[in-house]
Design a protein around this ligand. Structure first.
Ligand SMILES: NC(=O)c1ccc[n+]([C@@H]2O[C@H](COP(=O)([O-])OP(=O)(O)OC[C@H]3O[C@@H](n4cnc5c(N)ncnc54)[C@H](OP(=O)(O)O)[C@@H]3O)[C@@H](O)[C@H]2O)c1
Length: 210
């Protein structure tokens, strides 16, 4: 698929990009700065033309993935206007509000994914995923001992994202409607707390019973 990663110059964006490139997807790196997008695209082995402004990547893609800090989620989504209408957008945003990142803090919309859906409107299907995966591990070839909870209001769109999760070398699970994203988003603060208190680098979650 032609996948635009909005904020694709950051840690998670580069991690997902490298995995999807390896599995044969056509990845577009989006940024606020064209030069930065091109530089990262080239560093990932892509063509110069695959580095773009976020809005151009959003226009050109079949599916987008948002990987920017929560504080910049709204501005980034407003900047792409209606470019994602009739498309799926995967939202990986965790509503961390530094400095208290080990505390679950939620936006008034209920979750970052619900906020994204409210900003984009019903023309775009927001599916939430990847909140609990380490960006650092995604940038390696290592097997990642963490599953991905995929929440969204449309089964077919969740299926598309679960396939992309598989293409990134991970297992995705149907986690119910978009409002359930609050659980995955909240778990990230718990995993950060576990990492700190138990001196772990990359704690994760696994679904058992299968
Ligand atoms: N890091 C992880 O392990 C991880 C894991 C799961 C989920 N997440 C979530 O994924 C999202 C991205 O995390 P990250 O660690 O990849 O973030 P990051 O590296 O700090 O930033 C990602 C990108 O966001 C853009 N950005 C930075 N400041 C901005 C601003 N003021 N306005 C608009 N855009 C700005 C930048 O892109 P440009 O400068 O190129 O525009 C930057 O490269 C976050 O919501 C995070 O909670 C992260």
């Amino acid at each position: 698929m032609k996948i635009a990663i909005l904020g694709g110059t950051g840690s998670l964006g580069r991690g997902l990009a490298s995995r999807w490139i390896k599995s044969g997807h056509d990845v577009l790196i989006g940024s606020r700065e064209l030069e930065k997008a091109i530089e990262v695209a080239i560093s990932l082995g892509l063509e110069e033309s695959q580095g773009m402004l976020n809005i151009d990547a959003a226009k050109a893609c079949e599916i987008a993935c948002l990987t920017v800090p929560f504080a910049h989620q709204e501005a980034t989504l407003l900047s792409i206007d209606s470019s994602l209408n009739q498309k799926i957008m995967i939202d990986a945003t965790v509503p961390l509000m530094p400095p208290k990142v080990m505390r679950v803090q939620l936006p008034q919309e209920g979750s970052a994914a619900l906020k994204a859906q409210a900003i984009l409107g019903a023309e775009t299907t927001v599916i939430s995923a990847f909140q609990n995966i380490s960006a650092e591990l995604l940038q390696t070839d290592k097997e990642i001992d963490c599953d991905v909870l995929v929440a969204g209001d449309f089964l077919e769109a969740r299926n598309v994202v679960i396939e992309l999760v598989k293409d990134a070398g991970l297992t995705g699970w149907h986690a119910g409607p978009l409002c359930n994203s609050v659980a995955a988003e909240s778990l990230t603060s718990i995993l950060i707390a576990i990492n700190k208190k138990h001196s772990l680098a990359h704690s994760g979650i696994k679904i058992t019973g299968h």
